[in-house]
Design a protein around this ligand. Structure first.
Ligand SMILES: [Mg+2]
Length: 383
């Protein structure tokens, strides 16, 4: 939908972002009388959206075990029929709340159905089972989350209302008002993640203007999914304050504009030790025999989203072919040059889409490279 020209300018940031945030600060300073706000965060029925709601505890939880289960109305989150709509929220990982500050908490939750079976978009459940199986291999992950800032009119933030910015080239890692848009958001998100306890390890402006990236890791096992999902929640929440929207769509603009991925760096204990390159090569060979399965779980639509992005252009590989190479950003798998030289380290799977579920990605990599599973089928893939 193309908004009218006059409304396009007024619709680029939300109404609530213009509320006086100084007034909010006055209330945020009020003492809480020993009470603690705990905000439960979960993945909704789209497998991409996050939801949250908050309750009061009359004590400060010191560990995740001290946070009670809760429930919500699944018929309002695409997760249940109205007639049997209570879903369980099971707290699984606790973070500090960077919005309401200490002692308040954010908690990542798994969603269970009325029968206490995992909801369809609860991909953490099987991920956790696999991570428990492979624990001795100490799998480490680092994920590079790319995203694009949009006005609430759906147009990339900072782009001309009618038309396009100049072609790609000056924007990647750029600085200056004509190179990057929205750095305030990026820096606030970074600080908020550090406060929360997210293992965020870097950020940069991306190739397409208004596109950015942050990196989370290294995280061991199930922590990768927990930390990346909470970092996404914090991103959406920070963007809400600024009145713009962060999209994880893997190809937000068609044409000669880069897409958005979630490159996944990975190693096991054996790969990190001397001679580990042999284990890296073995893992890549197994991944190559299971390309279709991985493509299937690397976005929420069985590869359909990634088919818009993995075209073989714009620093991507073709979705139809598996490839690997040292320092090759046009390959499915990149072995960093330094790793080739040192003969140990990690490798990068460049195929996951920006809107992938990190639980599905890390589970699939572990199944293929550690559990030596083969075959194309996946319970997460219906095509
Ligand atoms: Mg990048």
């Amino acid at each position: 939908m193309r908004p009218l020209r006059r409304s396009a300018a007024t619709m680029s940031v939300s109404h609530s972002s213009r509320l006086n945030k100084g007034v909010r600060d006055q209330y945020m300073k009020l003492p809480q009388g020993g009470m603690v706000l705990v905000t439960y965060v979960w993945i909704d029925g789209t497998g991409e959206g996050v939801r949250c709601k908050t309750k009061t505890l009359d004590y400060e939880p010191k560990s995740i075990e001290e946070i009670p289960e809760w429930n919500f109305d699944g018929s309002s989150t695409f997760q249940a029929e109205g007639s049997n709509s209570d879903m369980y929220l099971v707290p699984v990982n606790m973070f500090r709340d960077p919005f309401c500050l200490d002692p308040n908490k954010l908690v990542m939750c798994e969603v269970l159905k009325y029968n206490r079976k995992p909801a369809e978009t609860n991909l953490r459940h099987t991920c956790k089972e696999v991570m428990d199986l492979v624990r001795d291999h100490r799998p480490w992950f680092g994920m590079e989350q790319e995203y694009t800032l949009l006005g609430i009119n759906g147009h990339p933030y900072g782009w001309p209302d009618n038309g396009f910015p100049g072609p790609q080239g000056p924007y990647y890692c750029g600085v200056g008002a004509d190179k990057v848009y929205g750095r305030d958001i990026v820096e606030c998100h970074y600080k908020a993640c550090l406060y929360a306890g997210i293992l965020i390890c870097g950020t940069n402006a991306e190739v397409m203007p208004s596109q950015w990236e942050f990196q989370v890791g290294p995280c061991e096992g199930i922590d990768m999914g927990d930390h990346l999902w909470m970092a996404r929640f914090i991103l959406h929440r920070v963007c809400e304050d600024f009145g713009v929207v962060a999209t994880l769509d893997p190809k937000p603009m068609t044409g000669n504009w880069n897409g958005a991925g979630c490159h996944t760096n990975y190693s096991t204990d054996l790969m990190r030790k001397d001679g580990g390159i042999k284990h890296i090569e073995d893992a890549i060979e197994r991944l190559g025999k299971r390309h279709d399965y991985h493509i299937c779980v690397y976005d929420p639509r069985g590869g359909k989203d990634n088919s818009r992005r993995l075209t073989g252009k714009h620093e991507t590989s073709s979705i139809h072919e598996f490839s690997a190479g040292v320092a090759n950003r046009g390959a499915s798998i990149r072995i960093p040059r330094q790793v080739g030289q040192e003969g140990k380290g990690y490798f990068e799977d460049r195929r996951p889409a920006a809107n992938c579920d990190p639980y599905a990605v890390t589970e699939a990599i572990s199944r293929t490279t550690i559990l030596n599973e083969t075959g194309k089928e996946s319970k997460n893939c219906d095509n």
